[in-house]
Design a protein around this ligand. Structure first.
Ligand SMILES: [Zn+2]
Length: 456
């Protein structure tokens, strides 16, 4: 039985999808204005694992993700610059080219981390009409008002506004910044449609019943998720930074429009820090998956490292820990490379592994169980069968055999031994093998096959 933590109830709940066979999942995708770093990618690996776990429970999954290529301002509360226009200026490219460049970078990173692509990927700019339609429904129902800079959602008309964030409205008021947008009625109100400033030609703008402008960031996720998954769906994922504004606003506008519950389970991933600090370019600790690869690491070692921290816990990335993860992954693959062909697995370990992943996706525990299996006394063919099953969720490509780099002096011994064996001087060749073993390596001779070198 799968159990997941639901931010809505702040508790671990039994997962019961709306439809007993089909599960609908929406993930907030990247805003494609700059590089996606290893902190962003941790979340997408988390989503990938969640989808794999749900599929392993026998459900058919429809996974939808958006690409935000318009409307995301530098502040989540509708102030500041448009992130896309800002990115375009920074890289000296058009907004459209920036979107293409960083969407590609995102999917390249995803592929390197063995993240399965969502079933549906939609761009905000391809769904402008859907967003306009949704704003019109909200307008007809009386949830909107107009200011000089856009159409706003009136949060005072939606009494359950703080249901997800559990925030105290009074505290929020006390902490509110004074530079609230002119004409906004409540500090939590948010833009559904922003007008282009007079005299300014934006690279991305559209006509609408309210005038030329562009949609707000929050409305895109409501419009695109409901269009693809219906007014109520099972799981919505995102980072913990989305809880107080983005997802809270998504719930308000979706439920105001449909009069139905928007999402059954809200899943939020925690952040990643580097050496105990927030990642930022100014601190020089900003890394993409490609950067990691250029430093000689296997991107799947990063995936392995992600799995060692539960998705609801903050993770601290260091190169030392990545090195440890890479060694563990290499070691695992080299052990497996010596195993017999998979056959009839170990039910005991498979059962424990399933229990761990079904316990709110406890991957650190699942990984520990996989290692326990590897070190167990079961025959290797049984261990291989079970481990490959586990790898369908781990996604570490464990059957990818490592090329072992042998130090020069060991290679000399191996060649010497080979020569002695050809001369059938087996006593001497066994002595050389003893020396090889003392250096931490071993040779395996299989009939008709090239001698295999393994680490011991
Ligand atoms: Zn979103």
């Amino acid at each position: 039985m799968l159990q997941i933590y639901n931010t809505l109830s702040r508790s671990v709940e039994e997962f019961k999808p709306i439809n007993p066979l089909h599960v609908s999942i929406y993930s907030c995708g990247p805003t494609v204005y700059d590089y996606q770093h290893i902190g962003h990618m941790r979340r997408y690996v988390g989503d990938d694992i969640l989808v794999r776990v749900i599929r392993a429970n026998g459900f058919d999954v429809k996974h939808v993700m958006n690409i935000t290529d318009v409307g995301h301002l530098t502040s989540d509360s509708d102030t500041g610059e448009d992130k896309m226009e800002k990115g375009a200026k920074k890289f000296g490219m058009s907004v459209w080219d920036i979107a293409k460049k960083f969407e590609k970078q995102f999917f390249d990173s995803s592929d390197l981390l063995n993240i399965k692509r969502p079933n549906v990927v939609i761009h905000a700019t391809d769904a402008i009409q859907d967003q306009v339609d949704l704003i019109q429904i909200l307008e007809e129902k009386g949830f909107t008002y107009k200011t000089s800079d856009g159409i706003y959602f009136d949060t005072s008309k939606f009494p359950r506004y703080f249901e997800l964030s559990h925030q105290n409205p009074d505290e929020l008021k006390a902490g509110a910044r004074v530079d609230m947008i002119e004409g906004k009625k409540n500090i939590t109100d948010f833009a559904l449609w922003k007008f282009s400033s007079k005299g300014e030609k934006r690279q991305m703008e559209w006509d609408s019943p309210w005038g030329i402008g562009f949609p707000g960031w929050h409305i895109e996720c409501s419009a695109m998720s409901m269009k693809n998954l219906g007014p109520t769906f099972d799981i919505h994922t995102g980072g913990i930074d989305h809880i107080t504004i983005h997802h809270t606003n998504e719930i308000a506008q979706s439920q105001a429009a449909s009069n139905k519950q928007f999402v059954k389970y809200w899943v939020h991933h925690n952040f990643l820090q580097v050496n105990g600090q927030k990642m930022s370019k100014s601190l020089g600790n900003f890394y993409t998956v490609e950067d990691i690869q250029k430093k000689g690491f296997d991107p799947l070692a990063l995936r392995y490292l992600y799995l060692q921290t539960h998705y609801r816990q903050e993770m601290n990335f260091t190169f030392k820990s990545l090195d440890g993860a890479q060694n563990a992954l290499k070691h695992l693959r080299s052990i497996i490379s010596e195993w017999d062909e998979p056959k009839i697995g170990c039910a005991e370990f498979e059962g424990r592994f399933v229990n761990a992943v079904n316990d709110d996706v406890n991957m650190p525990e699942a990984l520990a169980i996989a290692w326990e299996l590897v070190k167990s006394d079961y025959p290797s063919k049984a261990k291989a069968e079970s481990l490959y099953k586990m790898d369908k969720i781990l996604g570490l490509q464990l059957n990818r055999h490592e090329e072992i780099k042998v130090p020069e002096d060991v290679q000399k011994l191996i060649d010497e031994r080979e020569g002695l064996r050809k001369q059938k001087r087996f006593h001497l060749s066994d002595q050389i093998r003893h020396k090889i073993r003392k250096s931490g390596y071993d040779v395996i001779d299989e009939k008709g096959e090239k001698t295999k070198i393994v680490r011991i």
